[in-house]
Design a protein around this ligand. Structure first.
Ligand code: SF4
Length: 151
């Protein structure tokens, strides 16, 4: 049976939302990965996902809000740029275990952007820390390398 226009829009919306939940990507990153306009994804999530799958909507909003919080707390644009650079260079991404990401983000929020896995607060321990930037080592498990599928 042929898919109606509405069914097509809903399935696209659900796919985008699930992608964000699975990867922890921002709207902008998801738009690039899925080759869909950022505002389309935004509208899909708020209009369609909210209506057809409210529990997925809550999950995706949790991811997007956490991303917003971390970028905001850490100085927003600078951190977003750094994460983008890491991602482009080494295909770094958030750990797919979202409960791990959530708990580290809470720690980052509480510490004002310093690594929650260490007690020292200096420029080397601001997330992403010196080890992460130079050697791709995230001891907390917030980031993983796509190629290796490991932290
Ligand atoms: S270990 Fe991971 S979470 Fe901690 S500061 Fe480095 S990159 Fe961020």
């Amino acid at each position: 049976m042929k898919q109606t226009h509405q069914e097509f829009m809903e399935s696209r919306a659900l796919r985008s939302a699930q992608h964000i939940v699975d990867t922890g990507e921002s709207l902008r990153e998801a738009a690039i990965a899925l080759k869909i306009n950022k505002s389309t994804i935004h509208e899909d999530i708020h209009k369609r996902v909210k209506k057809v799958n409210y529990s997925l909507y809550k999950e995706v909003m949790k991811v997007l809000n956490h991303n917003g919080i971390i970028w905001h707390k850490r100085g927003g644009d600078a951190t977003a740029r750094m994460f983008k650079k890491l991602k482009e260079r080494d295909r770094v991404r958030f750990n797919p275990k979202w409960n791990v990401v959530q708990s580290i983000m809470k720690g980052l929020e509480a510490s004002g952007g310093y690594c929650p896995c260490v007690t020292t607060h200096n420029k080397d321990t601001i997330c992403p820390c010196r080890e992460m930037k130079s050697e791709n080592i995230c001891k907390c498990g917030l980031f993983i390398l796509e190629e290796k599928g490991e932290v």
